[in-house]
Write a protein that binds this ligand. Structure first.
Ligand SMILES: [Zn+2]
Length: 279
């Protein structure tokens, strides 16, 4: 975990190669935490880092989306959890099955490295939900939350106009191919174009290093290229096995080529079978 101070009151904790990033904003009246890692164990470490900076009460937690590596540490902060309405809905549904006690137990047994870290997990749902936008007022500064969808149907971002900082959650993967399995590429692309219109100078991606709008532009280019070329190859009746090998995509190369191939498959099936995971 690497702590970075982005402005007088905005911080992020980089999760490194494997973990998601988290952030926190220290206002006059208290602290807002943005995303909470994959386990109570890691979230406790995040809390320690926050306490090395401020003793103010942690008032709010914001979940950028439901994915477990952004929400499973919620319980640690004993604060009001804020997320968009879909986030709470999806989390409630997951509690019935994929996130049931039995399923988590099974996961821990199959992944012993997580067993201890997840031992006291109590999945904590959002208390406050919003439809499209929400404003968190920390006294001297305001944080705008905005639901945009794309990476998942509930994907949302946090924007601080006063310091021009944007927490983009998993809408932006820095330095690696994006993970599209639970999302919708067309919607993701339009979400990124919405972010492009915003006035920010620092972008905190869900995974990877701090970046700026260049990374956003790159990702927009990647998705446009992916959609355009997949459409064209399908029209030319190229089989998926051939499309996967095409070098038209290489201009936007990043790490983790398996994920890129998953993204081609995702778009291919969406275009050929009308499979639509998202709204
Ligand atoms: Zn995610």
């Amino acid at each position: 975990m690497i702590l970075r101070r982005l402005s007088e009151s905005v911080y992020c904790i980089l999760g490194g190669e494997k973990e998601a990033n988290t952030g926190f904003v220290v206002g006059k009246n208290g602290v807002l935490v943005i995303d909470t890692t994959f386990s109570p164990y890691q979230a406790t470490l995040v809390l320690k880092v926050i306490r090395s900076v401020t003793q103010k009460p942690i008032k709010y937690v914001f979940n950028t989306h439901y994915h477990s590596d952004h929400t499973f540490g919620n319980q640690v902060f004993s604060a009001k959890v804020v997320a968009c309405r879909q986030c709470k809905q999806i989390m409630s549904n997951l509690l019935e099955k994929e996130w049931s006690k039995e399923s988590i137990q099974k996961f821990s047994e199959e992944n012993p490295e997580w067993k201890e870290k997840l031992a006291n997990l109590k999945i904590t749902l959002p208390d406050i939900t919003f439809d499209e936008q929400y404003e968190i007022d920390l006294g001297n500064l305001k944080v705008n939350l905005r639901h945009v969808g794309g990476h998942t149907m509930d994907s949302s971002v946090a924007y601080l106009p006063s310091s021009r900082v944007l927490f983009a959650g998993d809408l932006v993967f820095q330095g690696r191919y994006p993970y599209t399995k639970d999302g919708d590429v067309s919607r993701w692309l339009s979400a990124l174009k919405t972010l492009q219109q915003m006035d920010f100078k620092i972008l905190i991606p869900g995974h990877g290093f701090l970046c700026d709008r260049q990374e956003l532009d790159h990702l927009i280019g990647y998705f446009e290229n992916l959609l355009e070329n997949c459409k064209r190859f399908i029209q030319e009746n190229l089989p998926l096995t051939e499309i996967l090998k095409r070098n038209e995509f290489f201009r936007f190369a990043r790490r983790n080529v398996n994920r890129h191939q998953e993204n081609i498959r995702k778009v291919y099936f969406q275009l050929t079978q009308g499979e639509k995971v998202e709204n």
